[in-house]
Design a protein around this ligand. Sequence first.
Ligand code: NAD
Length: 258
Amino acid sequence: MIRVAVYGAAGRMGAHVLEALERAADTTLSAAVDRADHPRQGQALSGGVQLSADVEAALDGSDVVIDFSLPDASLALLQSAQLRKVPLVTATTGFTPDQLAQIRSATRTLPIVMAPNFSLGVYALLELVSRAVQLLPDYEIEVLELHHSAKVDAPSGTALRIAEAAAAARARKLEDVAVYHREGNTGPRDPDAIGIQTLRAGSSAGEHTVFIAGQGERLELTHRAQSRDGFALGAVRAARWVVGKPAGLYGMRDVIES
Ligand code: NAD
């Protein structure tokens, strides 16, 4: 049995990860951690495991930790995971460039799987986008994402990753071609631009569409998460995979294809 701690366990995604761990035959929930002032502290969650704020105790009894929290909280977890040498699967999004640099630096001593989207369908979407952009080198690219109203970062980490994949397929850096906002007299579209547009409404678990448009036609590639289960299952799969791996930064490609 792989002993898995869940960080951000009382959150929307945390609940789905606990369910996925319970359903899997080879994993067990070893600890459920959330912030100290969470109203559910001390309550029994899946399998009678109590919600706790004691990260150190959680890591001591675990083979791996899955993190669905907030960027600052993830960085605090990172320090403890490094000290205790517990592999980390982080699904949190919205890191600043400085925070990303800290995570990269930690991968010199710790195996970490990080992905803005743990669903298998989004992994396939990324591969398809790269291929389509290579096949259609002169076409214009826009990424549109829709998420539930409670999401706190924008654009979604997944939209950014899709746009990065499209830019990389054209040997460009996203920061040189990204357009996040249009308003007023914008002038004609820069043909090299990659637009990234954000919608926030209702309860959607996440929808991403890539428009690849040329003269007289438009290709649209869409992924719709119909629930949060796909993210949870992918994160559990990554947790199972990363136990025993050498230090390094891994993504879903490593988890799925190696
Ligand atoms: P949420 O707000 O429902 O849950 C976050 C949880 O983290 C909350 O329970 C909160 O109390 C907890 N938390 C905050 N500070 C903490 C701390 N210091 N220590 C421990 N726990 C702390 O949000 P959510 O919808 O579950 O999403 C969480 C994160 O996961 C977001 O960044 C979201 O974008 C990301 N996400 C990633 C994927 C993916 O596949 N990579 C999928 C869905 C969501």
